[in-house]
Design a protein around this ligand. Structure first.
Ligand code: ADP
Ligand code: MG
Length: 238
């Protein structure tokens, strides 16, 4: 049994079918990248996993348990978006610790947690700064730190790097990869960038028009694209 199972998921907004019979699964510690052109349903799929959108039909399971009726807060899933939504009046340390404080974790334990995560993300020197005093890449690290300290059982990323310049995007890619290896977190990661998909994913699902065109390892998809769309989109050799 896979850790995360997306089983025949359909989602419509009114008459518009946005997700059409999506079935995918992710092993514990796996890194699934959802890739596809703008409007193909990537964010919608992520939102259904997070519980921000309900399903029309189908089922999503974690560790074999159906999660569809759980409110987002009870899913133990962390989501990192393209816009970081940090609290502007709190410093970096307070931003990271906020969720722990809400859970009632004692201060000493909180501080230790924040230090550990800040070290991994190389933002120890920034803990006293406010978000307004950080670069885009640093803010993205803080947003990741805030998600990481909560020990989520699943990490969702929605195009986290698309606001960053090219050089920083490459650095952050490495960072995310290292974070995945260090913490062994299970990740579902959305991007429209095929290079990001190829370098990060243990599995890739290529979407178009709410349909999974192909699901496999980066090598399988690149070397044996199942149709012209996939070949073209992934830049496979002709
Ligand atoms: P992607 O993230 O791949 O760019 P989205 O999942 O955001 O795509 O959107 C997929 C399709 O669903 C788009 O056509 C979008 O307009 C539509 N859509 C997304 N959210 C809503 C909504 N809340 N109401 C109506 N249509 C929506
Ligand atoms: Mg999107």
């Amino acid at each position: 049994m896979a850790f995360l199972e997306i089983d025949n998921v359909c989602k419509s907004f009114g008459p518009v079918d946005v997700l059409k019979n999506i079935s995918l699964d992710v092993e514990e510690g796996g890194f699934l990248v959802l890739v596809g052109p703008s409007g193909c349903g990537k964010s919608t799929l992520l939102n259904t996993i997070a519980g921000l959108e309900g399903l029309t039909t189908g089922e999503i399971r974690i560790d074999g348990d159906v999660i569809d009726d759980l409110p987002p807060a009870e899913r133990n899933i962390a989501m990192v978006f393209q816009s970081y939504a940090l609290y502007p009046n709190m410093n970096v340390g307070q931003n990271i610790a906020f969720g722990l404080e809400m859970r009632g974790m004692p201060k000493a334990e909180r501080d230790a947690k924040v230090q550990e995560v800040a070290k991994t993300l190389q933002i120890e020197a920034l803990l006293e700064r406010r978000p307004g005093q950080l670069s885009g890449g640093q803010r993205q690290r803080v947003a990741m730190g805030r998600a990481l300290v909560r020990n989520p059982k699943l990490f969702l990323f929605d195009e986290p790097l698309s606001n960053l310049d090219a050089k920083l995007r490459v650095d952050m890619r490495t960072e995310i990869k290292r974070m995945h290896q260090t913490f062994g977190t299970t990740i579902v990661y959305v991007t429209h960038d095929q290079i990001e998909a190829m370098t990060l994913g243990t599995k890739i699902a290529v979407l178009k028009g709410g349909i999974v065109q192909q699901y496999g390892t980066p090598a399988e998809i690149y070397n044996n694209p199942s149709n012209l769309f996939v070949a073209d989109f992934m830049g496979s050799p002709a």
